[in-house]
Design a protein around this ligand. Structure first.
Ligand code: ADP
Ligand code: GLC
Length: 460
């Protein structure tokens, strides 16, 4: 079976959020299990391929020249890059000042239209689109192959004003959205299956509270909508072999974790003592709820708990976190930036990992944390509900859940986490449970492969 899998991000080539890791992880596992996956992404420039061939796509004038480069990318395997005018930029979505490029919708409409041309040329058995960036592809295809659309984050929809409905293709009217063009709503209407990246998110997005305006259209697609939980790359996130941490460890021998903890305490400037150490690794956006932690920072000493945040994004929030780190150096540290190597130590050295998300389609960091024996403290939203049963309410629990997205509920969950990780035996038992869970892509990839096969059978 040949699957054309289109995504705006792919680790390690273009990484903004979890979409990059999810696309790479699912693509790799599907290939390993025998599916022929054509990974297709925008050519952002400066991406060198081995054994490269190239050709031009047949696209309408408004798209401009669409050139495909095909070859192999080290560590990824076969890769297809599509260049369209305006796509090659240093960051996929953001200007150097952190604002979005003003022509983002247009850039990805061109890309989506070019993906449709590639589908017409290559005739894959299945088309798999991800998020709004690829959604326009279905407008141009009057007889598309069975199509799956994955929703990684409904908060981003790429809506544009302008004459796009007539341009994007014969089925453009499906994309009409309050007078504008919504690449995601059209794709959701036209896809054979819509996949949310966790079962709980599949339910949440059908409600007005979490549907970002698309709950109605999603309820209409109810029968076609499923939730499949993401996995993580368990080779990359492996405490037994991780080259980014000073000592390796396993659930049978946790001694290396203590070495990592000492190294992390030193790295962020905390004393090497027994007070629980929690970390956060995140994009600094409204979604992640880091602002909810701000009022807690002066109270950390009373829990007691120390907190170290690695994050990049919103400049105002970053400035506030720097200020708080200056004011509370014994309990709070902030490292600004996107630092993959350090992120491994932030998981490996931590006793707990905080994720106070307002919404979370799946979330990968809580799984990465558990893989390294850091107990997640999470809000009860999205994929966090599917991955983190509460350890105080469930003998097989894996973390600590704040029932409501409020500072007060987070504080209560942090207290409970601090109590458990301070008790040697309880802590060891929790570590072993967390580290025993299989978070790999094996099972999710099987689910996707079954989905593809079912859609193909239904067509014949
Ligand atoms: P989202 O996609 O909403 O940002 P996820 O939890 O799905 O959230 O995925 C985020 C991915 O990006 C994880 O692999 C995480 O380790 C990584 N990440 C996020 N912020 C940083 C950072 N500041 N430095 C290094 N890695 C980060
Ligand atoms: C999005 C979501 C995140 C999810 C990731 C991968 O970025 O915010 O929750 O894990 O996509 O699907």
């Amino acid at each position: 079976m040949r699957v054309l899998f289109a995504t705006a991000e792919l680790s390690p080539i273009a990484t903004v959020g979890g979409l990059a890791a999810a696309a790479a992880g699912l693509g790799r596992e599907l290939r390993r299990a025998g599916t022929d996956v054509d990974l297709v992404m925008p050519d952002y420039g400066g991406i060198a391929l081995v054994d490269e061939t190239s050709f031009e796509l047949d696209v309408p004038d408004w798209v401009g020249a669409a050139v495909v480069r095909r070859g192999r990318y080290p560590g990824v395997g076969p890769l297809t890059l599509i260049s369209v005018p305006g796509m090659a930029r240093a960051h996929p979505y953001l200007r150097p000042d952190g604002e979005g490029w003003p022509d983002n919708s247009e850039r990805f409409f061109r890309f989506g239209r070019a993906v449709a041309a590639l589908v017409e040329r290559d005739a894959p058995d299945v088309l798999h689109l991800n998020d709004w960036h690829t959604g326009v592809a279905l407008a141009a295809l009057e007889d598309p192959p069975p199509t799956v659309v994955s929703i990684h984050n409904l908060a981003y929809q790429g809506v544009a004003d302008g004459p796009w409905l007539d341009l994007i293709g014969p089925r453009g009217s499906h994309y009409e959205w309050w007078g504008g063009t919504n690449p995601l709503s059209g794709a959701l209407a036209l896809a054979d299956r819509v996949v949310a990246v966790s079962p709980n998110y599949a339910i949440e997005i059908q409600t007005p509270e979490d549907g970002f305006g698309l709950d109605g259209p999603l309820r209409e697609r109810g029968d076609a909508l499923v939730g499949i939980l993401n996995g993580i790359d368990t080779d990359l996130w492996n405490p037994e072999t991780d080259p980014h941490v000073p000592a390796n460890f396993s659930r049978k021998d946790l001694s290396g974790k203590a070495v990592c903890r000492t190294a992390l305490l030193e790295r962020v400037g905390f004393a090497d003592d027994a007070i629980p150490l929690a970390t956060v690794v995140t994009r600094l956006t409204e979604q992640k709820g880091i602002d909810l932690l701000v009022p807690l920072i002066p109270l950390l000493g009373q829990i007691p708990m120390r907190l170290a945040v690695l994050g990049s994004g919103d400049a105002v929030l970053a400035a506030r976190l720097h200020e708080l780190a200056d004011q509370h150096p014994d309990h709070f540290a902030f490292v600004e930036g996107y630092d993959e190597a350090l992120s491994h130590l932030m998981f490996a050295g931590a006793d707990a990992f905080l994720m106070p998300s307002r919404f979370e389609p799946c979330g990968l960091t809580q799984m990465q944390a558990m893989r390294y024996g850091a107990a997640p403290v999470v809000t009860a939203v999205g994929g966090l509900v599917d991955t983190v049963p509460d350890a105080d309410r469930n003998p097989k629990g894996l973390g600590f859940v704040a029932d409501e997205v409020t500072t007060e509920h987070l504080l209560a969950a942090m207290f409970r986490a601090a109590r458990t990780v301070s008790r040697k035996r309880e802590r060891a038992a929790l570590c072993k449970r967390m580290m025993a869970v299989d978070w790999s892509w094996t099972e999710p990839a099987e689910r996707y492969a079954e989905l593809y096969a079912g859609l193909c059978r239904a067509r014949t």
